[in-house]
Design a protein around this ligand. Structure first.
Ligand code: IPM
Ligand code: MG
Length: 360
């Protein structure tokens, strides 16, 4: 193997994960035939095979490759499994271990899908938002995190929202840099729109102060606005095109990105990239879940997985030309009328993959 061979680790996972990842794999083989592809078990399927949703071997391999493309994890089958062995725990452990703190979730409305959105067409036509979600801290990871028995017989569930200034600054820096690289469209919030709940949360106060400070020190050329996260949720459905880059913590970013997904027509269209410091392998995944209700039926939309591959090419492998090719092919396939059920068509997962491959 030549020394400069790049490796992509595929983790198809559970539910519709394997179906959509298979299509992304075919696209990868086409646009980057020299790319080394590996596959491993992850999530529920790994738990079934090894009693662990993420084995040490797979985790070790993840640190060595250039990028990781995940399908989806979880499903009702593992509902009764203890939290630490749940498929979702594997995902959180992987994000944490790789320290991929900046989660890029682009909400882009393909012209052909503007009429598929739940919102009126004029509100989403030309929509191009980049959500930057903090991914390795906050309430997902804060301690204590427990359910305890109280003396009065009740039980108490606790999660801890915690952020350090360093954790806020590094993800905010990424958001500012990304905003610099994006052509603004003269939007009302044309730079970074930072969201928190500083009206009720101390971590939100710190978030706002640190983002403001960093902006003043290093990024004053970028427009910065702040908005309470609940108001941002409202603004996303009222006038989404006002927003360019939306920065939020782990939990608010999770919720706001699902909301933004619906603006684009379907959550089946949304890719994501989780990035750490330079040199760290990126972790890529469709924003959609494992969709157990349609798993194995060939109904899932492979676009989010294929567009996640596009992000792999762009952000981890330094192959912008391959990325552009993928993006254009997805756009052309949609323009030609290719649609899975979630976006109002009849194509199967494989047929949608075929339609995109044909455009490459
Ligand atoms: C996501 C998902 C995950 C999250 C779940 C599956 C743990 O909703 O990536 O948005 O909450 O981060
Ligand atoms: Mg989510």
């Amino acid at each position: 193997m030549p020394a400069n061979t790049q490796t992509l680790l595929l983790l198809p996972g559970d539910g519709i994960g394997p179906e959509v990842t298979a299509e992304a794999r075919r696209v990868a083989e086409m646009v980057a035939p020299d790319l080394q592809l590996e596959e491993a078990l992850f999530g529920g399927v790994s738990y079934d095979a090894h009693g662990e949703p993420l084995t040490k071997e797979v985790m070790a391999r993840a640190h060595e490759v250039d990028a990781i493309l995940m399908g989806a994890v979880g499903g009702p089958k593992w509902d009764g499994v203890p939290r630490s062995k749940r498929p979702e725990a594997a995902l959180l452990a992987m994000r944490k271990a790789l320290d991929v703190y900046a989660n890029l979730r682009p909400a882009f409305c393909f012209p052909a899908l503007a009429s598929s959105s739940a919102l009126k067409q004029h509100l989403v036509e030309g929509l191009d938002i980049l959500i930057v979600r903090e991914l390795t801290s906050g309430v997902y990871f804060g301690e204590p995190k427990e359910i305890t028995q109280l003396a009065n017989g009740e039980r108490r569930g606790v999660d801890t929202q915690s952020y350090t200034s360093g954790e806020i600054r590094r993800v905010a820096a990424r958001a500012f840099e990304l905003a610099r690289g994006r052509k603004g469209k003269g939007q009302r919030f044309g730079g970074v729109l930072s969201c928190e709940k500083s009206n009720v949360m101390e971590s939100g106060v710190l978030w706002r102060e640190e983002v403001t400070k960093l902006h003043k020190e290093q990024y004053s050329d970028v427009q910065l606005d702040h908005m309470l996260a609940d108001a941002a949720a409202m603004h996303l459905v009222k006038a989404p095109k006002d927003i360019n880059v939306l920065l939020a913590d782990n939990l608010f970013g999770d919720i706001l990105s699902d909301e933004a997904a619906m603006l684009t027509g379907s959550i089946g269209m949304l890719p994501s990239a989780a990035l750490g410091d330079p040199g760290v392998p990126g972790l890529y995944e469709p924003v959609h879940g494992s969709a157990p209700d349609i798993a194995g039926k060939g109904l899932a939309n492979p676009c989010a997985a294929i567009l996640s591959l596009e992000m792999v090419m762009r952000w981890s492998l330094g192959r912008p030309d391959a990325a552009d090719r993928i993006f254009k092919a997805v756009n052309a396939a949609l323009d030609a009328g290719a649609r899975t059920a979630d976006i109002g068509g009849k194509l199967s997962t494989r047929q949608m993959g075929d339609a995109i491959l044909k455009q490459l």
